[in-house]
Ligand binder design. Structure first.
Ligand SMILES: C[S@@+](CC[C@H](N)C(=O)[O-])C[C@H]1O[C@@H](n2cnc3c(N)ncnc32)[C@H](O)[C@@H]1O
Length: 358
């Protein structure tokens, strides 16, 4: 029975990847995601509309910790790679922060160096200075920025990533919101998977809605928006084709019912895909964020860890505005709104929490 299969995840039981719930903290995620950005101040050249802290003004010590660096990133420097000096690192670091809120600390210089070196190679450039001029010249920058975002973001994700969140969504939050909407004669529900990466989170919610919610609330229209700054992962999301890695946490029932196999690939069925659309949204770009409105639930998971406190405050304030009254915000398991926002009401669910707009 479908419910029994989902019950495998009830309160995190039976999932090899699920980490037991703990008080939310600001520490970096374990795993490959922790390899990327760490908070730092950044001096501004005014390229982003967001608030830019003065150099060195923001340093969230709570995010220091053991960082796991994926071997694939460690092996980027083969000895022939161009070197990035301290001044150049700071220019790139500040530029990236201003553009998308991602912070790289000094000890991540080698990481940034390796990643940006890929873009030098793509353009047949030999120095970081040449590449910096390319990305900071407005016309050329427009074309190059998506590729820069592609190399500086970490896109780790998988289906049913944090089961207690989906449990709370399906068992409590959606029924509560849908009943209220029903009473008002409003038959549309909208969910936003902000920083969706390749779409696994958005599609997980689409499957849950098909499996558990639609039968109870016939006549409703469900729209799920997945967004990310990385256009390459969005293309992957739109394709609806996934590898073993993405489905490793998936209950067998969902895998059998909502996917077909194509060799070693898992292809999502059209009904799951039809409820989801993807778009490019930079969470650190307030003018774009202001166009994102009318959501009943927002998942913004495992991305705030890459921002410093000031960037988090800006992004979370914009997410608050994007939510309907009585809507809910979920953030990542290792993330917290402590010191970021007091606007939400904290709501506890088994093994997870959510933030409610009242
Ligand atoms: C680790 S993934 C999280 C994916 C998914 N939410 C999850 O929890 O499994 C973080 C995603 O945030 C995206 N990201 C980073 N900075 C962003 C920004 N300023 N605006 C939008 N997306 C951003 C990255 O491209 C990446 O795909």
């Amino acid at each position: 029975m479908a419910s029994d299969l989902f019950d495998k995840f009830r309160f995190g039981q039976g999932s090899t990847n699920h980490r037991p719930s703990a008080p939310q903290s600001d520490s970096s995620e374990s795993g490959s995601e922790g390899a990327s950005a760490m908070p730092t101040g950044a001096s501004g050249t005014g390229l982003n509309s967001g608030t830019v802290p003065p150099a060195g003004s923001v340093f969230d010590k709570s995010q220091l910790g053991q960082i796991f660096i994926p071997p694939s990133l460690l092996s980027l420097d083969n000895g022939n790679a161009p070197k990035m000096d301290e001044a150049m690192f700071k220019r790139f670091r500040d530029f990236i922060y201003e553009q998308c809120g991602i912070s790289f600390t000094e000890n991540k210089k080698y990481l940034l160096e390796g990643r940006i070196a890929k873009r030098l190679e793509a353009h047949n450039l030999t120095t970081f200075d040449e590449y910096f001029r390319l990305i900071s010249t407005s016309a050329a920058a427009r074309e190059e920025l998506p590729s820069l975002f592609e190399v500086v973001t970490i896109n780790e994700t998988y289906f049913f990533r944090n089961p207690p969140q989906f449990e709370a969504l399906e068992q409590v939050i959606l029924p509560e919101i849908l009943k209220a909407k029903q009473a008002q004669g409003n038959k549309k529900l909208r969910i936003w998977s902000a920083a969706s990466s390749s779409g696994e989170e958005a599609y997980t919610m689409s499957m849950l809605i098909l499996e558990r919610i639609k039968p109870q609330f016939p006549g409703f229209t469900f729209e799920i928006v997945g967004s990310d700054i990385n256009t390459a992962v969005l293309e992957k999301a739109r394709s609806g084709v996934f590898k073993e890695y993405s489905v490793r946490n998936m209950p067998a029932h969902y895998l059998n019912k909502y996917f077909t196999r194509d060799g070693d690939k898992y292809v999502l069925t059209p009904e799951v895909r039809s409820q989801v659309k993807f778009m490019c949204v930079n969470l650190y770009d307030t003018p774009t964020m202001r166009t994102m409105t009318g959501f009943d639930v927002i998942f913004c998971c495992n991305v705030l860890i890459y921002f410093d406190t000031i960037a988090k405050q800006q992004v979370v304030a914009d997410l608050y505005d994007a939510l309907n009254k009585t809507g809910y915000l979920f953030i990542g398991y290792s993330e917290s709104l402590h010191g970021v926002s007091k606007a939400f009401k904290l709501v506890h669910f088994p093994k997870t929490i959510a933030y409610k707009k009242e």
